[in-house]
Ligand binder design. Sequence first.
Ligand code: ACO
Length: 323
Amino acid sequence: MRRSQIIGFGSYLPKKIVTNDDLAKKLNTSDDWIRQRTGIEQRHIAADDELTSDIATNAARTALKDAGLEADAVDLIILATATPDNTFPATATRVQSNLGVRRGAAFDVQAVCAGYVYALAMADNMIRLSQAETAVVIGAEVFSRILDWDDRGTCVLFGDGAGACVLRGAEVGGTNADTGILSTHIHSDGDYYDMLYVDGGPSTTGASGYLRMEGKEVFRHAVQRMSEVVTAALDHNDLSVDQLDWLIPHQANKRIMDSIAKKLTLPDDKIVVTVDRQANTSAATIPLALAEARTDGRLQPGQLVALTALGGGFAWGSALLRL
Ligand code: ACO
């Protein structure tokens, strides 16, 4: 059987750090309120001349280095982003050029915070079908550009950043029969379009607009849907929650993650958390958390890892991996 193996992890965070206290100097908010409600302490913000393609390229380069591969090995680039450089072409094609990749396909996936799980699902399916051999799957966002910095209910929640993984197709069987991406599940429900959206775009206002959100509804659906889709992934593979080594949920809010842990009856110390230092970087949170946990030695070969995310649409999903 052919499966996608994850053979490299990479990340990039812009240098500039903005703390809750920094925000409290400009907005009617406080470090205490933001920490209590979200677990966020600080976020990274891209420099004015730093584009999504720049930070995506940096993350992709570190992932390729980690995999020990040169650009010429790559035949697929999928970039999950809701903050592309331009309306078109796909920002992934700019990354392809930056990396010096000269073959295969490069395209963007738009599923907002669920984008990375969607992108992994597409890359995995293409690899399983031998349509691609070596994929770089990136999540990169500069949400700071689509925030209304006068809206304290949204602007305190987000940050900028990029993460990437390198996937390679391999025949599995015998002792390595259950390694790689075991399954992916993706869903959406457009009836919730107006719960989380940007109030602009080429076919509406012509301008790019700002993020708007019904926070409580998003919270409720995030807990429900992410818990359900992790359970579906485990059931699909005849595995149980106590066999999970790590859960890497989309990093929107520490309270959302705590509620998911409670619903799944998963101990808190099996959840990788970065939201305190990075806030919500949308499609980038999962690959950033994967890269961090790989670098600090938490992720080890043979471990079972579940990824899950929910974002605007609503769109949500999960991926189950054996490292
Ligand atoms: N600082 C201080 N006060 C604030 C702030 C702030 N930054 N933001 C809102 N408030 C005030 C409100 O104005 C309100 O004041 P009022 O009672 O005088 O009217 C009060 O705090 C409570 O506001 P709520 O919106 O009811 O606060 P809630 O407890 O729901 O928390 C939050 C808001 C943190 C946004 C929460 O709803 C949440 O985390 N939702 C999930 C949203 C999310 O993570 N979205 C990310 C994108 S989607 C995703 O990634 C899954």
